[in-house]
Design a protein around this ligand. Sequence first.
Ligand code: UN1
Length: 517
Amino acid sequence: MSNISKEFGIDDALKQLDIQKENKGTSVGENFFASGEIIESYSPVDGALIGKVQATTKEDYEKVAETAHKSFKEWRTWPAPARGEVVRQFNDELRRLKAPLGKLVSYEMGKSYQEGLGEVQEMIDICDFAVGLSRQLHGLTMHSERPGHRMYEQWHPLGVVGIISAFNFPVAVWSWNTALAWVCGDACIWKGSEKTPLTSVACQKIAARVFKENKVPDGISSLITGDYKVGEYMTQDKRVPLISATGSIRMGRIVAQEVAKRLGKSLLELGGNNAIIVTPDADIKNTVIGGVFGAVGTCGQRCTSTRRIIIHDSIYDKVKNAIVDAYKQIKIGNPLDENNHVGPLIDKDAVKNYLHALEEVKKEGGTILVEGGVLEGEGYESGCYVKPAIAEAENHFDIVQHETFAPVLYIMKYSGEVDNAIELQNGVVQGLSSAIMTNNLREAEKFLSVEGSDCGIANVNIGTSGAEIGGAFGGEKDTGGGRESGSDAWKVYMRRQTNTINYTKDLPLAQGIKFDL
Ligand code: UN1
């Protein structure tokens, strides 16, 4: 173990989370039994091997799916508030283990410790939300057109929910899904990212312990580990009625097709290409803070990261210079050290993609405003640390149209009315998050109107990232259309049943149809 691991208490965090040097990456409840290949988890922070995890084989998966299916049949009969009580206790454990789990997220994934803690906080928040929800899984009552009939709808648990999550939010996205799915009465099988397998094992252990204490049947929380092939076991499995997948558009397209082939449901939360519009009425200081955090937070590896800033020509130079100046203050380094703002990218492939984007934007005629590059030397031995870069670019550049999961920010100009900025902002295939910085009511309302942003998230005077769990999270167009976490996103984890009850002695038919025998 490196000095960083000692100095920042990683060993202690691993101990508190019961993570071993060698771990099984497949589990139903507390029973870990993976028998596949070994996945090594190296920290992008210092390049050290944190631990090993054994992947899931097809045979392992069969055991998981079968158990999950069987346990679901019992779990669905528990009253929803009783299921909520289990989630409440799980949340108590998250509160107790917030620091070690936040630390492991930071060390295994590379985001700053503050953001690691923030991610665990999102888990805590969604669990709070889910506990309340467990008493509010409401359906509607309708008035029947037939006399002496009652009509209403109710929501029943859906079954086994498959969750595929990405490395960038290795714990929160799982809990957005599971906290809701559990109170809804579903069993969950989770395939976390093979780039962050230890955080998955840590979460599964916490859930399994609490579930066991509450005599929740094994398999309500299950974990599988491995690459896309392991994901395919679930996407092709008819026993899994819903697949919730977070990741790239490319991955989402494959998942959607696999799941559609068997007429399953998919909830997709895919790539973003999020822009901030800065109008002449913007507060420049807030624009800079929101824009810079959006672009460099999590080293540009959020699906909500700010990729483009669209600035009115009348204030273009002023805002551009303020952002470029702010970049000079960014400290890059060990993300566990709270003096640093930006940690490493997840791995060397991500570094390659980052360098490729910088090359491409230059080739297409962009101007580099803040030079990028890979950092070398002391503290940067993992080879994953890069400098956040800014390029002046045009919206139609091919590279600008694509999401590069790295801190590369494209700055561009608009002139005239806010509609022109909205057209640029909407002029990409992705539709996750968007923002406008303005104190002008007309511009703000136009941006939020039917002619405004086409994204799932549209913010005024805050950045594109950092959504709260209370709202439904997700986006339109190639972002996939799914909605997770707050609002009524729970409905996707349940099946709706419409019930009509006749309490008369007659049998009148709907639509007034006569049929006498
Ligand atoms: C993601 O990057 O997949 O809104 C999720 C945000 C976070 C979640 C991001 N609350 O930035």
